[in-house]
Write a protein that binds this ligand. Structure first.
Ligand SMILES: Cc1ncc(COP(=O)(O)O)c(C=O)c1O
Length: 392
């Protein structure tokens, strides 16, 4: 069933794709970058077919506001996460990052403290700083090879009188944790105790491995739901990142109105009609494809772990519970971050996301959403280059 993920994808050079463009002058059609979090897999066939029909129509007016879109989300989230969402709670945005920035402005004041759990997705830092709020880092702890939240430090930061919000990455990019219900409950209890508004980015929730089920923060209970906004999208799930569509789900009526007004003020009121249709078809028809994708990703991760254990036993890789992003500690290579990036990019021809940009010194993030042959070739290049540097 997994054969479609093995299919070669033509190089995406010259088509304005960020992940490929980031290779800059070193663009080489035989090198597939494993950086930015979108997939080197085609979208499910049902989505491709629906978008082909839309493309052929030549009619691409503003996306509408019909029931189909909302029902697709409601049914998906209910089926997969047992969370019952009302249509009125959903705010359509051009992406989750757009929604997070709007939520920061809507629910906090300039200068307020906002907590993020580092290392983390770089736009979280920007959402705080570029909106004139104060960044409070609650670093994750690595305990026995497992990332955990530091609840003592979290409580200290949330209890400050100037702290008003937290941005949660759930599941966590880049460390690959899927927070358990118990962990989320502890975070939620601290937020409730200290009057903290929760901005929960759950864009990777569909990419949890079956043994690590996702809990929607708002599903913890009514009180938690009243003080939060949940960011979700079909983009990571079905390879739609360039279609610029996301949803912010706000269960409390008043908070929904506040966020909707801020999103409207940002002027980005229209979603892409291609993205709208893709979400509908994805949520309605493509769950079996997702099941196969998760199995394929699990095997890619295992391939990476086995390869590294054989050739680079000193390199640590975080356990992957969710997302398709492997978080790898290269500090044993003994290079500083720029030397490491230089070595990987210019000698191993391996384009990964630089961990330092997430707050992870010595780390790199490897995108595993690619066919196995691409991953194998990438790791062989690493082995060759490391051999020349006596790193093995
Ligand atoms: C945690 C997280 N949130 C949001 C996004 C991007 O969301 P969007 O494209 O909907 O703005 C990403 C993309 O990598 C992500 O990892």
């Amino acid at each position: 069933m997994n054969h479609c993920f093995d299919q070669a994808i033509p190089p995406r050079i010259g088509v304005e794709v960020e992940k490929w463009d980031l290779m800059g002058k070193n663009l080489d059609p035989s090198i597939v970058p494993l950086s930015v979090a979108d997939m080197e897999f085609r979208s499910p066939p049902a989505i491709v077919q629906a978008l082909e029909e839309m493309a052929r129509s030549g009619l691409w007016g503003y996306a509408g506001w019909g029931d189909r879109y909302y029902n697709a989300i409601r049914s998906w989230v209910s089926r997969r996460y047992g969370w019952e969402v009302q249509r009125e709670w959903i705010i359509r945005t051009t992406g989750v990052v757009h929604g997070i920035n709007a939520a920061v402005r809507a629910f906090t004041q300039p200068g307020d403290g906002i907590v993020i759990q580092t290392p983390v997705y770089p736009p979280f830092y920007r959402a705080v700083r570029e909106n004139g709020r104060t960044l409070l880092e609650n670093p994750l702890k690595l305990v026995d090879g497992h990332y955990q939240m530091d609840f003592d430090d979290l409580e200290e930061k949330l209890s400050r009188s100037t702290t008003t919000a937290m941005i949660l990455c759930s599941p966590h990019n880049p460390v690959g944790r899927v927070w358990t219900r118990e962990e989320l409950q502890r975070v939620g209890d601290l937020c409730l105790a200290h009057g903290i508004f929760m901005i929960s980015d759950e864009i990777h929730c569909d990419l949890c491995q079956p043994d690590h089920p996702h809990t929607v923060y708002a599903s913890l209970g009514e009180e938690y739901a009243q003080q939060c906004v949940i960011g979700m999208a079909a983009s990571k799930t079905f390879s739609l990142a360039g279609l610029a569509c996301g949803n912010m789900i706000v269960p409390d009526e008043e908070n929904k109105a506040i966020l909707a007004a801020e999103v409207a003020r940002s002027g980005a009121y229209a979603q892409s009609s291609f993205g709208t249709l893709a979400l509908e078809v994805g949520y309605e028809q493509c769950e079996p494809w997702l099941v196969d994708l998760l199995a394929y990703l699990r095997k890619n991760y295992q391939y990476l772990v086995d390869f590294m254990a054989q050739h680079f036993p000193q390199v640590w890789i975080a356990p992957l519970e969710g997302t398709y992003l492997a978080w790898i500690d290269f500090s044993s290579f003994g290079m500083d971050d720029s030397a490491l990036a230089n070595f990987l990019e210019h000698e191993a021809k391996l384009y990964l996301s630089h961990g330092i940009n997430y707050g992870g010194k010595g780390f790199m993030r490897m995108n595993l959403a690619c066919s196995r042959s691409v991953l194998q070739a990438a790791l062989e290049r690493l082995l060759d280059a490391a051999g020349k540097h006596d790193l093995i």
